[in-house]
Design a protein around this ligand. Structure first.
Ligand code: HEC
Ligand code: HEC
Length: 303
């Protein structure tokens, strides 16, 4: 290629590029990539059905219409009565089990809206051929699954107009998370260093948490006596093993308290009856055992 031809072709390339860029440069904020989605393409993605029925196509069907279809396309996995085959999802029953340790969540026991059933079957079922059903078939299988849950009659025609009116038993079972921590304010400035935050047994929420100036941490450390008691003494004393007097039980402690603190410390250090010296924890210092005795006294004298 001659030098001239070469430079001309560069020029051509530049002009061509310039043209492409120009072609898209009209719309501010666009970079000239991709293409606008067509209405058809958008319709292919925009298939969600709202709880109020918005998005449903025209049409309708009865459970009767859906029975054979369900048997044919769904029962192999979900069972003829929605009972679930093997480990495939159960679609019916389970009412009243949501508060049990093993709730059975089905369309009837758990789902809040019938619209979701239409939406789900339409977009995802049959499992091996999603989006293969016609709208009429989706109405028919949706109706049949509702029928299996005793939510509509066998001859009820489920339609675009009335689908949203089907009352699902668990419709009031969903609510905004009302646990206290979801109300915590996010800190955006002057926040505490994560490492400086201690876990407290009783968290306090400050009004002014995001100013970063208010220390809200309340640390409830167990006292030494309480800690020693937990480790070395509670094994017998908490439950009264071998007649060990239970702290706080005034009948068991009144006579012992009358002996005086020194005598009680003496017993704990050296043992008494079946209680071994230091409760069997000879590695404990006398001071540690004394602190545990004081802790026990504090609980028992209160009563
Ligand atoms: C090859 C097995 C198979 C077939 C056939 C099948 N499904 Fe499913 N179905 C599944 C599986 C697996 C899931 C769970 C999918 C998941 O959780 O991602 C499911 C989930 C569902 C759910 C949601 C259950 C829930 O509570 O989460 C419904 C409703 C449902 N299928 C309806 C149908 C209908 C109606 C048909 C027939 C048109 C059908 N399925 C055909 C396997 C199947
Ligand atoms: C193996 C069980 C056991 C353990 C462990 C134990 N105790 Fe006791 N404790 C007893 C029994 C039983 C008695 C009642 C003894 C008696 O009056 O015969 C007792 C009594 C006492 C008394 C009253 C003593 C008195 O003179 O009436 C004190 C105080 C006491 N324990 C403190 C402790 C402390 C502190 C610890 C932990 C360091 C501890 N115990 C660990 C079983 C235990």
């Amino acid at each position: 290629m001659s030098r001239l031809a070469k430079s001309l072709s560069y020029v051509g390339l530049i002009v061509a590029l310039g043209f492409v860029i120009d072609g898209h440069a009209e719309e501010a904020g666009h970079y000239g990539y991709g293409q606008d989605a067509t209405a058809e393409q958008i319709a292919g993605w925009d298939i969600d059905i709202r709880p109020d029925g918005m998005g449903l196509p025209p049409g309708g069907a009865t459970p009767e219409d859906g029975e054979m279809l369900y048997e044919d396309k769904c029962a192999s996995c979900h069972g003829s009565f929605g009972e679930g085959v093997g480990r495939y999802p159960v679609l019916s029953g389970g009412e009243g089990t949501l508060t049990e340790a093993r709730p059975e969540k089905t369309v009837g026991s758990f789902w809040p809206y019938a619209s979701t059933l239409w939406d789900y079957i339409h977009r995802a079922m049959p499992f091996t051929a999603p989006e293969s059903l016609t709208d009429e078939e989706v109405y028919a299988t949706t109706a049949y699954v509702l029928y299996l849950n005793d939510l509509i009659e066998y001859d009820f025609e489920l339609t675009q107009e009335n689908l949203a009116d089907v009352e699902m038993p668990n419709k009031d079972g969903f609510f905004f998370d009302d646990r206290p921590d979801v109300k915590a304010k996010r800190c955006m400035k002057n926040c505490k260093k994560p490492g400086s935050i201690k876990i407290t047994s009783e968290p306090e929420i400050s009004e002014d948490a995001d100013s970063g100036t208010v220390e809200t941490v309340v640390v409830e450390q167990p006292t030494e006596g309480q800690a020693v008691y937990q480790h070395a003494c509670s094994v017998c004393h908490a439950a009264g093993v071998g007649e060990a007097p239970i702290p706080g039980d005034s009948a068991a402690w009144s006579a012992r308290l009358a002996l005086g603190r020194d005598a009680l410390i003496e017993s704990a250090l050296n043992g008494k009856g079946i209680m071994p010296a230091k409760g069997g924890q000879s590695q404990l210092s006398d001071a540690a055992v004394t602190s545990a005795v004081d802790y026990i006294i504090s609980l028992s004298a209160k009563q």
